[in-house]
Design a protein around this ligand. Structure first.
Ligand code: AR6
Length: 181
């Protein structure tokens, strides 16, 4: 399923993000930029140790990556040349700026991609696993944030792919995309 925005493609697919052939994949990271479970663990183990090494260097220079922000490393052994580590919010009931922080994690990732000359980028469903953000709500925020970035100033970014791990998650995102006016 796809939607054209300003000549750029927003696409939805089911699969494993570590296998995507795009310029950059996004990691659902933690503020410490450490390898954890979920998609983060999968990216670190598929990409190899260079990713954790680069993350440690960034953290030494800049400290923790705050929630809603993102940093970029190389892709190690992945097909993708770069990994953008985005820190989504932990769901705390919805009144702790979780919506804004989730939108920010997507926007900051897209801005980094633009600044680094990336034309294709793949996102997982940030915050909807271990961090517990309700997926329907997250899907609307993710897709609207991507659409508004592409409509405004996408630079070289010409494909943004959401990679959903399960058929159920894909369905939620398909419904959210269909509902977007
Ligand atoms: N490809 C695509 N999506 C995946 C993959 C994969 N290989 N593996 C899991 N997912 P989560 P969060 C989906 O928990 O909620 C980590 O420990 C998964 O089904 O990975 O942002 C970090 O280090 C879910 O839909 O990320 C942080 O500490 C989505 O990816 C914390 O978890 C996100 O689930 C971040 O939690």
């Amino acid at each position: 399923m796809e939607k054209l925005v300003n000549g750029a493609r927003m696409t939805l697919t089911q699969g494993d993000i570590t296998l995507q052939e795009v310029d950059a994949i996004v990691n659902a990271a933690n503020s410490e930029l450490l390898s954890g479970g979920g998609v983060c663990g999968a990216i670190h183990s598929a990409g190899g140790e260079s990713i954790a090494r680069e993350c440690a260097e960034i953290r030494k220079e800049m400290g923790d990556c705050p929630t809603g922000f993102a940093v970029i490393t190389g892709g190690g052994r992945l097909k993708a040349r770069s990994v953008i580590h985005a820190v989504g919010p932990i769901w705390r009931g919805g009144k702790q700026y979780e919506d804004e922080l989730l939108a920010s994690a997507y926007r900051q990732s897209l801005m980094l991609a633009r600044d680094f000359g990336i034309s294709s980028i793949a996102f997982p469903s940030i915050s909807t696993g271990i961090y517990g953000f309700p997926i329907q709500r997250a899907a609307g925020i993710a897709l609207k944030t991507i659409r508004s970035f592409l409509a405004d100033a996408p630079g070289p970014v010409s494909e943004v792919r959401m990679v959903l791990f399960s058929p159920e998650d894909l369905k939620v995102y398909q419904e959210a995309l269909a509902e977007m006016d």
